[in-house]
Design a protein around this ligand. Sequence first.
Ligand SMILES: NC(=O)c1ccc[n+]([C@@H]2O[C@H](COP(=O)([O-])OP(=O)(O)OC[C@H]3O[C@@H](n4cnc5c(N)ncnc54)[C@H](OP(=O)(O)O)[C@@H]3O)[C@@H](O)[C@H]2O)c1
Length: 294
Amino acid sequence: MTNPASLLGNKNKFLILGCGFSGSYFAKTIRKLGCIALTSSRSEKRDPNSFIFNSANNTVPNEKIFDGVTHILSCIPPDKNGNDPVLESLKGKLQSLSLEWIGYLSTTGVYGNTKGDWVTETDEPNPIQKRSHSRFNCEKKWISSGLPVQIFRLPGIYGPGRSTFEAIRNQKVRVIYKENQVFSRIHVADITNAIIYLLQNKDSIKFHQIINISDDQPCSQIEVIQHCYDLLGLKMPKPILFEDAKNNLTPIAQSFWMENRRVSNKLLCETLGYKLIYKNYKLGLKDCFLNIKK
Ligand SMILES: NC(=O)c1ccc[n+]([C@@H]2O[C@H](COP(=O)([O-])OP(=O)(O)OC[C@H]3O[C@@H](n4cnc5c(N)ncnc54)[C@H](OP(=O)(O)O)[C@@H]3O)[C@@H](O)[C@H]2O)c1
């Protein structure tokens, strides 16, 4: 990354709405670059830089939180009614601010099932799952809000603390085989760094409102699980055929197997010039493996 501090300096104040896995990685990174980053969670004020925001019980941040805010990143999924928690509770407030940028973390679930074909940002979304319909509606509401929003469509997110290693350790891993089935994925560090790259270079690269952030190598889940077992020096359990396993899966787990697509990152990595830190799961898992050994 080229001298990020010079372009994302201490003039910027970020609110990270929904400081879960991706949000906290982003907050930690931009603080290191000299930015102020305040983060929200639903129930507890975790530190002096955090505040409570919970759309479900109308707990909204106080006025002071918004003073001088230039950038917002929303990492909050649609609520149980399919609405966007941030737009439902804070749209008017955000419209009254002089914001430079809002990032919205969405999902590649909006593309639906392409039977293994590649999808790009110019493909018309074709959501299948109810939650993906909600997500697509939320995207549309963000776009029509008139706010300076940029949408990032993400596949399966993994990274230190949330990877197949934890699933193996917690005995939550299921080794399932489904012919020709692939998944796309992204390391959490690349979500953060891609966004920072786009913000740093906003004056020299064309603005795109919707951008996929995914790695170069969609592949089967078994390939990833096998690799983790190999790194751990353990023997992978025998795979179960999807047809035999599906009735024991939760509805949400089943729904993931109903969609098969390869998410293209050509816009981000070729047109816009972002260089992935972790181009594929092997590089990304190496980072996660070092973390579990610490
Ligand atoms: N995980 C994946 O593999 C994946 C893949 C593609 C896209 N995505 C999407 O990308 C975004 C970031 O994912 P993530 O896995 O980093 O998220 P995450 O760890 O689940 O964090 C979600 C955050 O949203 C907050 N939140 C949820 N409902 C809320 C509400 N009604 N009002 C206020 N705050 C609320 C949570 O608050 P608490 O901190 O209090 O829990 C949490 O901080 C999400 O929209 C997610 O759906 C995730």
